[in-house]
Design a protein around this ligand. Sequence first.
Ligand SMILES: O=P(O)(O)OC[C@H]1O[C@](O)(CO)[C@@H](O)[C@@H]1O
Length: 529
Amino acid sequence: MDATALWQRYQKWLYFHEGIGLYLDVSRMRFDDAFVERLQPKFEQAFADMAELEQGAIANPDENRMVGHYWLRNPDLAPTPELTQEIVSTIEQIEVFAEKVHTGAIHPPKAPRFTDIISIGIGGSALGPQFVAAALAPDFPPLAIHFIDNTDPAGIDRVLTQVRNRLSSTLVLVISKSGGTPEPRNGMAEVKKAYAGHNLDFANYAIAITMPGSKLDEQAKSEGWLARFPMFDWVGGRTSEFSAVGLVPAALQGIDIRAMLEGAKEMDDATRVPDIKNNPAALLALSWYYAGNGKGEKDMVVLPYKDSLLLFSRYLQQLVMESLGKEKDKTGNIVHQGIAVYGNKGSTDQHAYVQQLREGVPNFFATFIEVLEDRQNPSPEIEPGITSGDYLSGFLQGTRQALYENHRDSVTVTIPQVNSRTVGALIALYDRAVGLYASLININAYHQPGVEAGKKAAAEILELQKQVVEVLRKEKTPLTLEEVAQKIGATEKIESIYLILRHLHANGRGITLQGNLGQPSSLKFSIGG
Ligand SMILES: O=P(O)(O)OC[C@H]1O[C@](O)(CO)[C@@H](O)[C@@H]1O
């Protein structure tokens, strides 16, 4: 396509949201009108599915749940007045709580103000808060946030070291929808011990964000934690940023949560329009379908050209891949669906993997996120008439063009600046795009049956570890791996037994070994001695 035709195509397909100032350009996706027409019936179904979902249908039949994240930013949409009230009062509760923490009306026993937050959670209970903190937290927030989003002991230590002089003024948010996920449970248990080690009563510092009645909720209630905020059954972890999961940490950091909710609501209104061309989420879903042939054949590379949006690609990775990556469609056919998402930021990635994007295997489409405002204050010139921001902007255009010339398609989302409203709108845009795309390919975007297998296998390993240790404790003489496996009656698990023992040995857990480390079958293990 020549430059004139491309410019025509750009204007024909350009979407602009006046309220938010958001542009979406899908002109560099090479679909034609016939393709759009072919998808029209699927989109009609998708818009109808979405309307039903918003009205409170059981849109997640496998878990028998409604899917209500859209109600969080427009509580009047909730299907019952009780739900509306629950949403409204939770937001009010959060604002009042944050205000009291900021003014010192709620303060730690031994200090006039809380200074820091340790936020413990994983997946949807971490990625939204992390993304929003990186994008929106003021440079000098009223409370500085630190995340424990794993069961990595060294990661936990790092956070505890960062706050070691301020533990007595550090709030701890324990965020887990289910209240039973092992990683945050472990993080919480370790942090609780650290407080005890400093003679601090953890309950005075701890806040639970979880479903009422969960294990975590019961613990928080019985131990008298400082506060509890509800997470709703009808909100999925990966779409929970506008529930207490995201709003509590954001409000505590001084982020304007009302503006974030407003931006999301405005975007929700725009993405409810049942017209592909005038609905930015539909345009995204159309582009994804085109790129990957409705089967995820191409990866989505997300390139925000703004440091503060660095974590957007990681946030989208869970939203898109946990929602769309499914073995079966809604009818039960094996489909192995999904779209792989990765990315970091531009123009930094230009000096990392963009080489492959431009010339290597063409198995992706790019999503550029552009921010019009370079910085809040005027920029100095680094060359006559040129600023650093001009470079950033030029690099974005250049990469988009270079990719297109080499038949690599791209979408560009442009926002005027990074603020609470635009970040709220971005999250809402992708929430809806995922929902619509899921309908196009007929999958349930709201469950995650696949993650259970890994969790179950891990639980079995921990059980096996107990058996291994028990066997070695009873033995006087060192045992080979085969002997351990035989004594447990699990010869098929010999590799797992080896890996368990190697890990215990590396961590000074009382395991002694003799033999050649490079030849596991030569090793003999004992406890102590
Ligand atoms: O908030 P929870 O219940 O601890 O779950 C954390 C994450 O774990 C998952 O259930 C998958 O393992 C995600 O969907 C979720 O965001």
